[in-house]
Design a protein around this ligand. Structure first.
Ligand code: SAM
Length: 282
């Protein structure tokens, strides 16, 4: 186990996104050790702290007071206090407050230490089976339909898996807007109520998911992550049967790069296209 530094610090502590047992021992130790816990909503966090018998002093730090409070919290750390930052759920700063406080700490040369743990985006991605080697986190789409569609259009050519947070009362509208931009068949996934009693993980095309949500009002409740597969510019169909056969053989022995280069020399098909083909192979 790495030794903990004795310098006072701001600890950015991830907390559960549903199941209160989804918290690391190190997070519990840190929350017990610090002098103050800055929480997005003190009443909400009290439930978690009571569950784990943590009695550390709580103060509030939310989007409306973060600007004013950050400097004084950082000053206290400079004077030797340890402070933990938590949000209502998951990892602070990920669609949650803390950005100003962490920025202020860096500005004042105060040590910032993350205590890793749950994050709905990562949990959903890990269960999606969609490409996870590269992905982009989009957070919440705008609530107004014009702004939402404008942002989706900007993502029209995004090749990476896209991760969105969505409020339950907007899920139907968002899925409709996504179909308009990405097409009805674009593979996607809904992850609802992760780690809670009614956890639901559902894969399908955007239209299929939209119908499923429309038909079952339970799917319009709780907390939801939407994942959408990135745009696949080069379709495998563009690589001829002969080229794909050669690629399949070469890939058994060679790297993607080597196989595409060799196959390109044999068939005359573009190396880039063949490399893309190799990337898309499941
Ligand atoms: N900081 C959090 C994190 O690390 O994931 C996110 C906070 S953001 C205010 C809340 C949004 O996260 C919800 O609207 C939902 O999109 C997603 N979320 C949080 N908990 C979730 C859960 N248990 N299941 C599915 N989505 C969840």
């Amino acid at each position: 186990m790495p030794t903990e530094s004795s310098t006072s610090a701001l600890f950015v502590v991830a907390t559960p996104i549903g199941n209160l047992n989804d918290i690391s021992q190190r997070a519990i130790d840190t929350l017990n050790m610090v002098d103050i816990i800055a929480a997005e909503d003190t009443r909400h966090s009290r439930t978690l702290l009571d569950f784990h018998n943590i009695t550390t002093k709580l103060i509030s730090l939310h989007e409306h007071n973060e600007k004013g409070r950050s400097a004084s919290l950082v000053e206290q750390i400079k004077q030797g206090k340890n402070i933990a930052l938590i949000s209502d759920a998951g990892t602070p700063l990920i669609s949650d407050p803390g950005f100003r406080l962490v920025g202020e700490a860096h500005k004042c040369d105060v040590r910032v230490s993350p205590i890793p743990g749950p994050c709905a985006a990562i949990a959903a991605l890990s269960a999606s089976g969609l490409a996870s080697d590269r992905f982009c986190f989009e957070g919440f789409l705008a609530s107004k339909s014009l702004a939402r569609s404008a942002r989706l259009r900007e993502l029209q050519d995004e090749p990476r898996t896209m991760v969105f947070y969505e409020a339950p009362h907007r899920i139907k509208e968002s899925l409709k807007a996504m179909q308009e931009v990405f097409g009805v068949d674009r593979p996607a996934m809904l992850a609802r109520e992760i780690s809670k009693t009614f956890e639901t993980i559902k894969r399908g095309g955007l239209e299929q998911l939209a119908l499923w949500v429309a038909e079952d009002s339970n799917q319009q409740r709780g907390e939801i992550v939407v994942l959408v597969e990135g745009e696949r510019k080069v379709s495998n169909q563009e690589v001829s049967a002969e080229s794909s056969k050669i690629m399949d053989v070469l890939l058994q022995e060679l790297s993607k790069k080597q196989a595409s280069s060799l196959c390109s020399q044999i068939t005359g098909v573009s190396k880039k296209l063949l490399y893309q083909y190799a990337l898309e192979l499941k």
